[in-house]
Design a protein around this ligand. Sequence first.
Ligand SMILES: [Zn+2]
Length: 235
Amino acid sequence: MTEKKRVEQHPCYGEVHITTNPRARRIILRARAGFIEVTIPPYTTRKALNDALVKHGDKLLTQCRANSPQTIGPDYRIEREGFAFGLQPTDRGEFHIGYNSCESTLYYPASTTFNEPAMQEWLRRVRTTALRKIAQKHLPQRLAQLATQHGLTFSSVTLRDSHSRWGSCSSHRTISLSIYLQLLPPHLADYVMLHELCHTVEMNHGERFWKLLDSLTNGKAKQLRKELKGYKTDF
Ligand SMILES: [Zn+2]
């Protein structure tokens, strides 16, 4: 027997993707972006499947919503200390972006239809462009400021559209920073920059590295590292 997949519409929980897996020993439910995924052993009754959905459905639905990217439309707004993005209608008949310190506004023509997938993809790219522009204005400047303050030097700084790493430092003392640092509370963005600046002196994460970083963060290096783990490079 092989895996069998089917998609059903549940009256309460919407789209449910059901996979019958001969190796499954019990019903497993997962929240995906916009739907619930269920893996069931063969010969699972409809009642058993429904009972499992009723028991866990509400919680899963909340997770599903959190997993799906939020639609960017007239009411969309993201507001962090280092970055804000919102939309405003314009009479000009074309899209344009306005900047004011850490705030960006996308002006849109009245005729815009927001719901099409291609439009959503374009809007997400515009949002990233706005973030990059604001990051370019603030991050290199802040890094230089912190370096001066602590008597450390780096050779250059580059900004990357990196979701996987907040920052890195090469053996040539080139520091890379993720533009998504701009979404963090400022004290955590500072922590990442101080972390990379410490690598200009100590290339590894040995005892001397943490001692140096502790001396620059009032002894809070490990605590800040833990706090940073709660944040994602996401909107
Ligand atoms: Zn490191």
